[in-house]
Design a protein around this ligand. Structure first.
Ligand code: ATP
Length: 413
């Protein structure tokens, strides 16, 4: 198949040196499962969540700081967006349902306006945390991970910058004095963002606390389709919705059933733990068998306790949720606090079919017309279904796959 021939090949090469400095890839993450277990005094919610890296990634370039400059703030990083098949690890990307100003719609799908190109960028804050001010600086960020999506793009960039800065600072600072190791490293990384400790190693992990207490698990291997709608969601706002729904009690909690849990918090925890057990031991085949059993028991919609509060407020996401539920997706769910949804496919052939099912309403052919973004060639709505042709269902679809984490060799077939 021609698309296959064009796929990029990776061998876990997350670090590249150049004359300008060190490039490190920061992988996006999914929350395959998420339950809210409590709340800290400072207002942070406690979670039980199953993180898994995906191959989709940003690149962060960190170089030695210009001695003439007054610190990293003096040289803001250049942030460039690239979301194109075969580039930057994006397996395939397509905007569907956009009948108007394509560039603007794409930019909204990517959440490009959310990402700061100054010292407040998490990558910049990470290099200061690891190396202090004025030693190294973030030069460039090439972004492919949509922002405000629950895909952990900011944390991925922070972790990438952290690793790059540690490499460079190890050269510029004598001995490194064990900086950035063990619990101290996790504590400092979590100060930047709750997902940063996970992002530093990636792969798969069951996380507790605010996301910083990690138990590593062997990774799964499935192709994934990400669905990022035109709007982004702020994590704090979504937790606010969740609290609101809880406080209003039975009357306020939206009706509906996610992962067979029906809004029951205990069941969400059980579902997340059951999902974690799927990964816990055995070879790939045994884990696939356990995953199939999990899906028979808990259903194809993976557990996310925030999901009902999000769907309840977003008809667009509800449309996509239904679309995924009626597709052949192996399993699907909302990642983190959204706004991206994800669908898992059995294998590469199934990925092709699933991709066709999801883009069919716009192409009428079931075949992706183009791999390119932001290329010309408007995807025309040919469906007779008003719901699917409506701009409300506009989304950026990205095909990628679960990622085993750095250090492990991996290759698209
Ligand atoms: P979460 O990690 O809570 O799941 P998310 O994946 O939904 O977050 P991110 O893409 O990480 O969302 O962006 C969250 C916010 O972080 C953005 O609104 C942006 O203001 C800020 N931010 C800072 N640096 C970055 C960065 N390098 N990339 C993306 N967002 C960044």
């Amino acid at each position: 198949m021609t698309e296959r021939a064009a796929r990029p090949h990776f061998r876990g090469c997350d670090v590249m040196r150049s004359q300008e400095g060190v490039w490190v890839a920061g992988r996006a993450k999914l929350n395959l499962g998420l339950a809210v277990t409590g709340r800290r005094r400072d207002g942070y919610h406690l979670l039980l969540t199953l993180f898994h890296s995906v191959e989709l990634h940003d690149w962060v370039l960190v170089g030695r700081d210009d001695p003439a400059a007054a610190g990293p703030a003096a040289a803001p990083p250049e942030v460039r967006w690239v979301c194109r098949a075969g580039e930057n690890g994006v397996h395939r990307a397509q905007l569907v349902g956009a009948g108007r100003e394509r560039e603007a719609v794409l930019s909204r799908c990517l959440g490009a306006e959310l990402v700061p190109a100054d010292a407040s960028n998490l990558a910049c804050r990470a290099v200061v945390e690891v190396a202090g001010a004025g030693i190294v600086a973030v030069r460039r960020i090439i972004k492919s991970i949509p922002a405000g999506a629950g895909l952990g793009g900011g944390s991925a960039d922070a972790a990438a910058a952290w690793r790059a800065a540690a490499l460079l600072a190890g050269v510029t600072r004598a001995a490194g004095r064990g900086r950035g190791e063990g619990e101290e490293l996790i504590r400092r990384a979590a100060r930047l963002g709750a997902d940063v400790p996970f992002a530093l190693t990636g792969g798969a992990a069951l996380a507790a606390g605010i996301g910083e207490e990690l138990v590593r698990l062997p990774p799964l291997d499935f192709p994934v389709i990400l669905v990022k709608p035109e709007f982004s969601l702020a994590t704090a706002e979504v937790f606010g919705w969740y609290d609101e729904d809880r406080e209003r009690g039975q009357d306020g909690v939206p009706t509906g059933d996610v992962a067979g849990a029906g809004g029951d918090a205990t069941r969400f925890r059980e579902a997340v733990l059951a999902l974690a057990q799927v990964l816990a031991a055995g070879d790939g085949k045994a884990r696939r068998r356990r995953f199939a059993r999990y899906l028979r028991i808990w259903g194809r919609e993976l557990p996310n306790e925030l999901a009902l509060s999000v769907y309840h407020r977003s008809p667009q996401l509800e449309v996509w949720r239904e679309r995924l539920a009626s597709s052949s997706a192996l399993a699907f769910g909302l990642t983190g606090s959204g706004s991206a949804l994800f669908a898992l496919a059995e294998d590469d052939d199934h990925l092709e079919r699933l991709w066709g099912e999801l883009v069919r309403p716009w192409t009428g052919t079931g075949r992706p017309p183009s791999d390119l973004l932001p290329a010309a060639g408007e995807a025309k709505a040919t469906s007779t279904s008003a719901a699917w042709a409506a701009p409300a269902a506009t989304a950026l679809l990205i095909a990628t796959r679960l990622w085993p984490g750095p250090g492990l060799s991996y290759r698209f077939r």
